[in-house]
Design a protein around this ligand. Sequence first.
Ligand code: SAM
Ligand code: SF4
Ligand code: SF4
Length: 342
Amino acid sequence: MADSPQPPVRDRLGRPLGDLRISVTDRCNFRCTYCMPRAVFGRGYRFLPRAELLDFDEIVEVAAACVELGVHTIRLTGGEPLLRPGLETLVARLGALHGLADLALTTNGALLDRERAQALRAAGLRRVTVSLDALDDPTFAAMNDAGCPVSRVLDAIAACHAAGLVPVKVNMVVRRGVNEAAILPMAEHFRNTGDVLRFIEYMDVGTTNGWRREDVVGAQEILERVGARWPVEPVAPTRPGEVARRYRYLDGAGEIGVIASITQPFCTGCTRARLTPEGRLFTCLFASEGLDVRGLLRGGADRSGLRRALAQRWAQRSDRYSQLREELHQATGRVEMFRMGG
Ligand code: SAM
Ligand code: SF4
Ligand code: SF4
């Protein structure tokens, strides 16, 4: 490591590189209205051809370089990561990286049956986050726009339990007037299960979801609604860089979280880098420019060259979009969430 900074590398605001989110595909079997609206991502939409995706050797090489620079947690995401053929092989290879403490997956759950969950666990996956926006089919359909029944996602959560991938985190994006009535039923359903429901403020990622500030249900309001029924108290973060604020039910029924990118930005603790399926490395969810890692790899960069380029990129970073949202929201060119991986 003599030729690059000692880990963890730090950015211009003193934030260490700690987490890497790897989006393994831009394809998805859902068309969530807040992420891939069908009007834009319909039949005619051209997803990335296979040759443009990083292959597993390339992904592992980037991940290894990032771990050498301080990354302790890797999360696989997408698009829908379970659509990437052979994902278990990638999990096994990443899981073998020396120095990696945690390997997780975010999925919509539609393809996560018991066999798949067992295989992922056997390959070395440690944790799963399953996205679910409602408990009744009509509301869920209005969010995912792909007709996936709620029962299929609940089965996926059960499959995680059967495979020992617990506790499961459950992500619920809350949209005003669409699924806000599902807040209490979701909270009730996941109380006493050991799983952790996280309410996510609807974000202005990408440029296609028609985001409006008035469609956001703020964390404070969500907490008041849940707390009025089942009182909660805050829990201290378990590690730096944790994006969800955690709360525990006073009656001992477990924990919930809120991810309040809009009303309570958490840029000061942001330690995440994001790798897109085609190999661009972004240092902010809302960035429009990323480092062309695929170009470096296919141009013959070795591990130390890659590490230097990544370290340099992180060291230059001063992103804090959510803190500056009001000034920056008009900026165009942001990359879509399914590419960036959330
Ligand atoms: N397809 C997988 C899934 O849905 O879990 C993984 C990728 S998805 C982009 C990752 C997370 O981003 C999901 O929990 C999803 O709900 C969340 N997400 C997508 N668009 C969002 C938006 N506009 N605001 C807030 N969260 C969003
Ligand atoms: Fe697909 Fe996940 Fe985006 Fe929904 S949020 S469209 S499941 S990538
Ligand atoms: Fe991190 Fe950018 Fe989100 Fe701020 S806006 S928390 S810097 S990804």
